[in-house]
Ligand binder design. Structure first.
Ligand SMILES: [Zn+2]
Length: 200
């Protein structure tokens, strides 16, 4: 997308903005009250709001390479500050960890990246998923690692006391979702059936 396309894009958006001014005005005057924190990948092909047809104000979003949540003791403040704000201040009711097929971050993890790189440093938070996937052998190593990474990051959420407590009290729900880039469809992991099922 060229800068020229971006400039024209804002003109198009401004027209749409006028059409939905009521919603935008409401959000300005009443503040944001999203019920969902979405943890997704930075991949430009996987846009959370598009995939679930969300409006402004619906999703509080954090995106990074391979939809990772470093555990609490990682002393990492980007994702943890988003968690804190979403859970303790916005009081979201749901946290969605949404991975996706064909994830470049996960492929970099499998193939190995240069050790002296920030990407390498970041992907170490997904490394246990690769190790688990190696011994699983159900799907391809890529798909299995993508799925295991979703489980791992959902588990990492629980290292934050306030999330663990709210989850235990059923005040917050954790969702493990997988977006298929070939179909646009989302699957969710059903803990009772231990299986991935279509979201709709
Ligand atoms: Zn990705």
């Amino acid at each position: 997308m060229s800068l020229e396309k971006i400039r024209k894009g804002n003109a198009i958006f401004t027209n749409k903005f006028k059409e939905t001014k009521k919603l935008y005005n409401y959000l300005v005057e009443n503040g944001q009250h999203p019920k969902v924190l979405w943890v997704g990948c930075s991949d430009s092909r996987v846009i959370p709001e598009f995939t679930v047809n969300a409006d402004a104000g619906d999703l509080f979003v954090i995106r990074n390479i391979a939809n990772i949540i470093p555990p609490k003791d990682a002393d990492e403040t980007c994702t943890s500050s988003v968690l804190e704000y979403a859970v303790l201040h916005l009081n979201v009711e749901h946290i969605v960890i949404c991975g996706h097929t064909g994830c470049g971050g996960i492929n970099a993890l499998i193939d190995g990246t240069l050790e002296d790189s920030k990407i390498h440093d970041w992907l170490k938070y997904a490394n246990p998923a690769k190790e688990t996937a190696k011994s699983s052998g159900r799907d391809s190593l890529e798909l299995e690692t993508i799925k295991e990474n979703i489980f791992l990051q959902a588990k990492n959420l629980m290292t934050f006391d306030y999330i663990e407590e709210k989850h235990r009290k059923n005040e917050i729900k954790i969702h493990k979702w997988l977006y298929n880039m070939h179909s646009g469809k989302i699957s969710f992991y059903n803990d009772f059936d231990n299986d991935w099922l279509p979201l709709n």
